[in-house]
Design a protein around this ligand. Structure first.
Ligand code: AMP
Ligand code: MG
Length: 414
């Protein structure tokens, strides 16, 4: 049986990056950049005031003599004011600094006096050189790299691009994804259950996981355990999607029809069964739309392309864990994410109790983080969806590995 690392490596070596499009900033959120961008404008672009106050010569703030306010510079067009000794300029946050000034005194630190038509200020405390001035380029210089290929377009990065006067960005388009739930026992949420039936939870859960990972174009389908139905459904999905995530039907039971159905479409498993708990029956294959003989595909006459097919075990916790370990990195890779962005977010956590994995496969244990401690939640069985719903972290314990109470371990944040 393959290890997780081997399985993931296999999956990622075949994963291609999606196509690139020029997106308006308003549509770019959470996409990954396909271009490197260098700053063409420094930040700040010019010396400006960090406060509402008065721009002056530092030397003039030291004595007790009043300074004549000879003009006003609001944020906006530079009035190109100059200041001689003994004078000050009324200035506001973001306004360009007048010539000849080297500090801004906050308005709270001056006494203002109006005599005739003239305003005078007296500094209560001296200012130091550069005080309350935001110097050009202090945050960012021209030519500095502001965006790398594979970086996520976060709200702050979108703001940064806008500050450079950029309104579009080359980003990788997300794949079209289908979720296929399988099983005669499943009823739609909302439908009444007959004896022996359960509601389909994987469909909504996988849909939600995909949305949470930036995939908005998701089709969710269901088929029973009939081989011919499964084959027809898969042929249809292969024709119109880049990723297909199947839940259930990938185990070794007589009713596990997914592999035979894929084989009939000319799609052989790239890998099946991985040393991981939960999730051992995990299946991955690549379909070639030129080879798989779906009728729908012939009708589309689309150029041949590769479809990545993931078969997750039907038990909800197994589906959830294998999504995180295998599907998530493959999706992010496809979406153009860099290795840094693909790596899961982790944190150090103190074990609240000792934990042992007595099994022969690495175990992803579900738990909660509280005050820096990792506490396992509920039963650790693969059907335990309530326990999973209480978890916000995963602890990976190797086969035969133990973690002692109080020990600090790295956990994966969900
Ligand atoms: P399978 O992998 O098809 O053998 O299913 C393993 C277990 O997961 C069985 O108990 C199924 O009833 C359950 N299961 C399969 N698919 C789903 C689903 N979509 N929602 C909830 N449970 C499921
Ligand atoms: Mg099944």
């Amino acid at each position: 049986m393959m290890t997780e690392e081997q399985a993931l490596e296999r999956i990622l070596t075949h994963a291609d990056r999606g196509s690139v499009a020029l997106l308006p900033l308003a549509q770019a959120l959470d996409h990954f950049s396909a271009q490197e961008i260098l700053a063409s404008v420094p930040n700040p672009p010019f010396d400006n005031s960090a406060m509402d106050g008065y721009a002056l010569h530092v030397g003039d703030s030291e004595g007790a003599q009043p300074l004549r306010v000879k003009g006003e510079q609001p944020a906006g067009l530079d009035r190109r004011l100059t200041v001689e000794r003994g004078c000050a300029i009324r200035i506001f946050t973001g306004a360009p600094l007048p010539q000849g000034t080297d500090a801004v005194i906050m308005q709270e630190d001056v006494d203002v006096e109006r005599r005739d038509a003239t305003t005078w200020i007296r500094c209560r405390e001296p200012v130091t050189e550069g005080e309350n001035i935001r110097r050009a380029g202090a945050d960012l210089c021209r030519g500095q790299r502001i965006l790398c290929v594979g970086e996520r377009l976060t709200p702050a990065r979108i703001g940064l691009l806008a500050s450079q006067g950029i309104d579009t960005v080359e980003a990788v388009l997300p794949p079209r994804v289908a979720v296929l739930t399988t099983g005669d026992e499943l009823a739609r949420p909302g439908a009444a259950l007959r004896s022996g039936q359960i509601h389909d939870s994987n469909g909504p859960m996988l849909h939600a996981l995909l949305s949470a990972h930036g995939i908005s174009d998701v089709t969710v389908e269901h088929c029973g355990d009939e081989p011919a139905d499964t084959e027809r459904m898969l042929a249809r999905l292969v024709a119109a999607h880049d990723f297909i995530i199947i839940a259930g039907g990938v185990s070794v039971g007589d009713r596990d029809q997914v592999k035979p159905a894929l084989r009939s479409l000319g799609i052989d498993p790239e890998l099946w069964r991985v040393r991981i708990k939960p999730g051992k029956p995990f299946l991955y294959c690549r379909g070639d739309t030129a080879r798989s003989h779906g009728e729908a595909n012939a009708a589309f006459k689309a150029p041949p392309r590769q479809v990545h097919i993931f078969g997750l075990p039907g038990n909800p916790v197994s589906a959830f864990v294998t999504f995180h370990v295998f599907v998530r990195p493959a999706l992010l890779h496809r979406r153009g994410a860099s290795a840094d962005e693909i790596r899961p977010r982790t944190a150090l956590a103190e074990m609240s109790a000792s934990l042992t994995n007595r099994g022969d496969r690495p175990h992803y244990m579900r738990g909660r983080m509280a005050d820096g401690k990792f506490i396992t939640v509920g039963t650790q069985q693969s059907h335990a969806l309530f326990a999973l719903s209480q978890a916000d972290a995963l602890l990976r314990l190797d086969a035969d590995e133990s973690a002692a109470a109080g020990e600090v371990r790295r956990v994966i944040l969900l």
